[in-house]
Write a protein that binds this ligand. Structure first.
Ligand code: SF4
Ligand code: SF4
Length: 331
């Protein structure tokens, strides 16, 4: 059965975007250069920022991403510095192109997971969303990483474009021999901000996603997916208030909530390589608002997700986007 994983109270997660550049142009990419900049983090800056977060949160999990992080020529040095700084785990999120011979330049002892993004079970379905050639590159990259002894995971972002195809993923996941499968839900963010037609309905999510997740888990693969909709008895919690997640962009913006990333609402920023709290109004002020619909940011950026009773009461509440359901391998 799926288990709701409450926010880790003692583990911090640092999502460090090393650059915003990418070789692909995925339809739903959440990178927004107007907000996140176009620069690439210099090695010395990446080291200083990682050191600042490691000092505040020893043993934090570090997720290195982009853009495409393997386009950063000094990624191996960044990984090595992160290890020395005592990060508890290091994950590299990649589109699978694995530039700069990255698999030859880091080891499974250094990198906990390579996490591959794929949005379709065939080249035809995936490449319509992520770009021509990306299915072949991603599946080849995932196989190579596995053959080199790395643990691998795969991230599938579900939208109206590929909901039907999700059911075709289990055999591919088995063939790629991935250790974990992450199902993500499309949000109206970044390049998808105006693509209302990509969103799923509540019924589609609840009737399709948990069943497919169980099917994948029965193959011996751990599955994680967002809860999205709270049940009547579930407590609402905002990760921005009760957990330590940092979403860091190369222009120095630091968010605590990914749904805020299209706006200058970041609660922190790096100034002279020190993490500074910004004055109001920031995301932090929004986190404190209590509304009947649950997540405040969801209500601000995608209120079409809500349905109301004739008397105006919301029919359900939206969970924090960082609240996950997990099914252990074997299911
Ligand atoms: S691979 Fe990632 S960063 Fe690159 S365009 Fe696609 S979603 Fe954006
Ligand atoms: S997604 Fe909503 S509940 Fe979660 S951190 Fe952001 S504002 Fe808070």
């Amino acid at each position: 059965m799926p288990q709701t994983v409450s926010f880790a109270k003692h583990a911090a997660n640092v999502f460090l975007h090393l650059l915003t550049q990418c070789n692909l142009r995925c339809r739903h990419c959440y990178i927004n250069p107007a907000q996140h900049g176009t620069e690439r983090l210099r090695l010395a800056t990446a080291e200083a920022w990682m050191a600042e977060l490691a000092r505040r949160h020893p043993n934090a999990n570090l997720i290195l991403l982009g853009g495409e992080p393997t386009l950063h020529p000094e990624l191996p040095e960044i990984v090595s510095s992160a290890r020395k700084l005592g990060y508890g785990s290091i994950t590299i999120d990649t589109n699978g192109y694995l530039f700069h011979d990255i698999l030859e330049r880091v080891t499974p002892a250094e990198v906990e997971y390579f996490s591959f993004s794929l949005d379709g079970s065939t080249a035809e379905r995936n490449d319509a969303i992520r770009g021509q050639g990306s299915f072949e590159a991603c599946t080849r990259g995932a196989k190579r990483a596995k053959a080199k002894g790395f643990r691998t995971s795969l991230i599938f972002t579900v939208s109206a474009l590929n909901l039907d195809d999700l059911a075709q993923m289990p055999p591919l996941l088995a063939e790629l021999n991935v250790d974990r499968f992450f199902i993500q839900v499309i949000g109206l963010r970044g390049q998808a901000q105006d693509q209302l037609d990509l969103q799923l309905t509540r019924d589609q999510w609840l009737t399709r996603i948990p069943a497919i997740a169980r099917q994948v888990a029965r193959l011996g693969i751990a599955v994680t997916y967002p809860k999205v909709y709270l049940s009547a008895g579930d407590a609402f919690e905002c990760a921005g208030q009760v957990a330590d997640n940092y979403f860091i962009f190369p222009n120095g913006r630091v968010y605590r909530c990914p749904l805020c990333e299209d706006f200058a609402l970041h609660s922190h920023c790096f100034v002279d390589n020190r993490l500074i709290r910004r004055p109001p109004i920031t995301e932090q002020d929004l986190f404190r608002l209590t509304i009947a619909e649950g997540c405040v940011m969801n209500q601000l950026i995608q209120p079409n997700n809500m349905r109301y009773a004739p008397d105006g009461r919301p029919l359900y509440r939206i969970a924090c986007c960082l609240l996950k359901e997990e099914i252990a391998p074997g299911g």
